[in-house]
Design a protein around this ligand. Structure first.
Ligand code: NAP
Ligand code: ZN
Length: 356
């Protein structure tokens, strides 16, 4: 098959569009002929590498993908996996159109069996420690697939899968965001942020977006953002939030930047929740502990979602209640240019790859 892979960690130049053996489905797995993949910031982190990340090279980036089923592995032996209901090698057929859930629980441990597969003891993320979707074909366990309606666009599905489930689990299941609450989102156009904005509006929350420039803020406004703060003009944006909320602060901050935690903690009202799934800024920074106890704040971390959350949020996506935003589409062989665009922060919404 054709794939864009890397043989060593490094900058975008290590990405190579080349031939690679087509994977074969093991028991319980499905072979998907991918038509679209979508980028995540994690792809660049993995390509660059980090201390302790040990991959079998060459590695293929990519957590998100959608396409058609072309091969089906044998059913898992009795007693393995999540039981018949969630063990659907028999529930799919060649030709089905599917989108992949990259959150790979083992399917066997107590947490997977308890439907908490994103807490799995042997958790993996497709494209991170397992070869991913920048390729014509990928194999995944059958339970990782969501069947798409016949007319649903593969790029929209790939663009939705990782960020909507992440934002849904963080905001709804972990953060308990409710109608009428005010949420501030740190960043306008990122994949997770643009999904978070839509989910917050779907839930009936009031949304403040802190964006890097006017153009991105206008795009956020078109998606329903109620209050816009341009951080190129208001570096201390927690003050602008203070003014916009009549000195109360917000109920919830979505902060996947990390280095902005000091501002986010200041922006929260008493009893507020800081929701985080990432660290686009940096993983280490200082915070002032006094804000946390004096204001009764909660910092709530989350990663990906469960199989049930994924199905729940993808149902909303295919029903048109949440609309994936595609920033730009590149060809699979131009994945390096696509990653450069993401890394420079030029995107509003998701960057996808066309897999011919
Ligand atoms: N744990 C999980 O399950 C999970 C899942 C998905 C992603 N993540 C992580 O979440 C983070 C976001 O991922 P992504 O794919 O959405 O990335 P992305 O598309 O590259 O978006 C990055 C976002 O961060 C904002 N930003 C960057 N620096 C900022 C700063 N100094 N101040 C304010 N905002 C800033 C950008 O704002 P503008 O748009 O305004 O420029 C943009 O909205 C990454 O760290 C990723 O690894 C984690
Ligand atoms: Zn498990």
């Amino acid at each position: 098959m054709k794939a864009t892979l890397f043989r060593q960690h490094g900058g975008p130049a290590v990405l190579e569009y080349t031939d690679f053996p087509t994977p074969q489905p093991k028991a319980g797995e499905i072979l998907v002929r991918l038509r679209a993949a979508a980028l995540n910031r994690m792809d660049v982190f993995v390509r660059n590498g980090w201390p302790g990340l040990i991959l079998e090279l060459p590695h293929i980036n990519g957590a998100d993908g959608a396409g058609e089923i072309v091969g089906i592995g044998t059913p898992l032996p009795e007693g393995e996996g999540l039981g018949r209901r969630a063990e659907p090698v028999e529930a799919v057929k060649v030709g089905d159109r599917v989108v992949i859930n990259a959150n790979l629980g083992c399917g066997k441990c107590d947490l997977c069996l308890n439907k908490q597969d994103n807490l799995c003891h042997d958790w993996h993320l497709l494209g991170e420690t397992v070869r991913g979707t920048y390729a014509e074909y990928v194999c995944v366990p059958a339970r990782q697939l969501y069947k798409l309606p016949h007319n649903f666009d593969f790029h929209a599905a790939a663009a939705a899968a990782l960020v909507y489930q992440t934002a849904w689990h963080s905001m709804v299941k972990r953060g308990g965001l409710k109608a009428g609450e005010t949420v501030a989102i740190v960043g306008a156009g990122g994949g997770v942020n643009s999904a978070s904005l839509q989910i917050a509006k779907y839930l009936g929350a009031r949304v403040i977006v802190i964006g890097s420039n006017r153009k991105k803020l206008e795009q956020a406004e078109a998606l329903g953002a109620d209050i816009l703060i341009d951080r190129s003009k208001e570096e201390e944006w927690s003050k602008a939030i203070f003014i916009a909320t009549k000195k109360r602060g917000v109920d919830v901050v979505v902060d996947n930047v990390g280095t902005t935690f000091p501002l986010s903690l200041r922006a929260l009202k008493k009893g507020g929740r800081l929701l985080t799934v990432g660290n686009s800024g940096a993983p280490r920074f200082e915070i002032d502990n006094r804000y946390i106890f004096a204001k009764h704040l909660s910092i709530i971390g989350s990663t990906m979602s469960t199989l049930a959350d994924f199905a729940e949020v993808m149902d909303l996506v295919v029903a048109g209640k949440l609309k994936p935003i595609i920033d730009k589409t590149f060809s699979l062989k131009d994945a390096a240019a696509a990653q450069e665009r993401l890394w420079r922060g030029e995107n509003f919404g998701k960057i996808t790859l066309e897999i011919p």
